[in-house]
Ligand binder design. Sequence first.
Ligand SMILES: N[C@@H](CCC(=O)N[C@@H](CS)C(=O)NCC(=O)O)C(=O)O
Length: 221
Amino acid sequence: MKLYYAPASSYSQRVLIALYEKEINFTPVEVNLFDPEVRQNYLNINPFGKVPTLVTDDGTVLFEASIIIEYLDKTYPCAPQLIPVNSDKALETRMLERIIDVYINTGREALFSDTQRPIEARGAANVIKASKLMETALLLLDERLASRTWLVDEFSASDCAAAPTLAYLRIVYNYEHLSNLTNYVKRLESRPSVINTFNSGREQMTQMLSKLKYPVELAKA
Ligand SMILES: N[C@@H](CCC(=O)N[C@@H](CS)C(=O)NCC(=O)O)C(=O)O
């Protein structure tokens, strides 16, 4: 089984966390999407030109981080179970994953793109709208985490999605006022699967940030 990935890619990191959590053997294939030739060749594997992609031993090609994690969880039913067996809990897990993707990640991307515009062009209506939806989602997570260690009962696919998204969000948005969320991120960042994943992505991320027109820093926990 091959995982095409980029070490600093947050969607790749979701899958890496799942693989490390479940201790699944795989062949990592790093894809440098900044190299035009590599990118062109990679389109034969993933026509969207996005990482991650999983190619299973029987040649099945899977796109989309959340679908890859579902596949891994179904195919390797060892602990931890990332999509809960209980169907209501499974639905909750997928809902939280969607909220992280659709609102938090979109808000993070909008805020990040805004840092690369001249100051006078920042804060356009679409950026404000995306960041408001993101704040609503962050508050929802913070409230859930008042009574929970992880987003659902046990560590799940929603936590795999949250870890890189919330770590990268700190680059452009300070959510320290949300204390449950902040403590949750500390718990996430003390899991070996997350530590390994973030360690392997740090160099590429630092390099990418150093090439930006308007500098931003890789914020610490
Ligand atoms: N919906 C996709 C998103 C994947 C994605 O956006 N990956 C980014 C890296 S985090 C990427 O490949 N970007 C390269 C590009 O857009 O050129 C998933 O869930 O896997």
